[in-house]
Design a protein. Sequence first.
Length: 390
Amino acid sequence: MSTGQNDTAHAAGRVWAHVGQAFADPGYDVVVVGAGRMGAACAHFLRQLAPALRLLLLDEGGLPSEDGATILAPGVWSDTDAAPEDRAEARWVREQLRTAFGDVGLEPRPLLTLHAQEEAGTQPTAPLLARFPALPDLIDPGALPWAALDEQALTYRPGAVALSCGQQAVRHGADLMLNARATLVSGGIQVERLTVTNTHQVVTHETHLLRPAQVVVALGAAGPYAAEHDLGVHTAHARAYRQAPRLNVPSSAHTPVLRAAGLTLRPQNGGFTLVPHIHHRDPHGYVPQGGHLTGVPTGLRRETLEDLVALMDAVPVLATEALELGRSLSDVPGAWLALPGGSARGRPLHQHLGGGAWLLLGGPQADVLGLSTAYDLAATLAGVADRPWH
């Protein structure tokens, strides 16, 4: 493959949505299937590293993909969430978030991790809480007397990163197709799309067979299933259904991110978004269902509900009406999350599926290492050996 240089001039790419736009395959070199954070970032970096390649970014929905985990991702960056050997890479991601994507809601925001027992790097909780006046009524320092503070942490909007990556990729020559469904086939992908005339009177169904040299499967939690079902390639990856209930307690730009027993309380939109701990992979065929609290049906899956009940003494506000439980699963935002390697601690990765197909997964550590993993795959496809964090 030709790699080209970033200063090569390219016209903006084409965008196909759904209204009266005929499509003809120009002979793509690379097709990225999935316009969430990972797929859009991979497309963006490919345009930087190999602008001569003909590139298509495709999604069944919009940009960013509305149905995956990107929109509900916590957007919390802390290099304490990365293994020691990955921290240089994590700091490169932080620099990209600061400089490369415009306004993605980036805010310096300390991360306060609370513990019931003293551990390495912890200090007494009460003095730390005194630094954040809005928190003493939220946390019982007697129940969580030890804490670790990361003052270099920050928060951002992963959906805004995906949007910026997709827009920059198109601006620099990538094509974008939305509202199109892709099925992996041997040697390429089959694309189905609906189009309508400009008067919205005629609807047509189109099927196109694309045979690019490389296909990047960036479908999030659906990616491993697509690899196994469409290509017959066994993968060791898993998925879990994660919800993000709302906690209606006031927060501000100065409120830190809190973490206790794996539960993350992320200040957002004047309140908190709760990001539950992932215990394990969900078995194949699992259908998310709400649990019951004192006999009353709720919209929170049972495992999440049990975690919140266990924390109610340490975080008393969880036992109040400030917690939005909902009455059914549809009342509480949730999405399937990929678990690379089948583990809730699996770091983002890319995997060669054979031929020209690659699987790209984010997962629980995508906030910290997702961009670097997308870059790594783009560099691999472009034939670039160097990685900027080394």
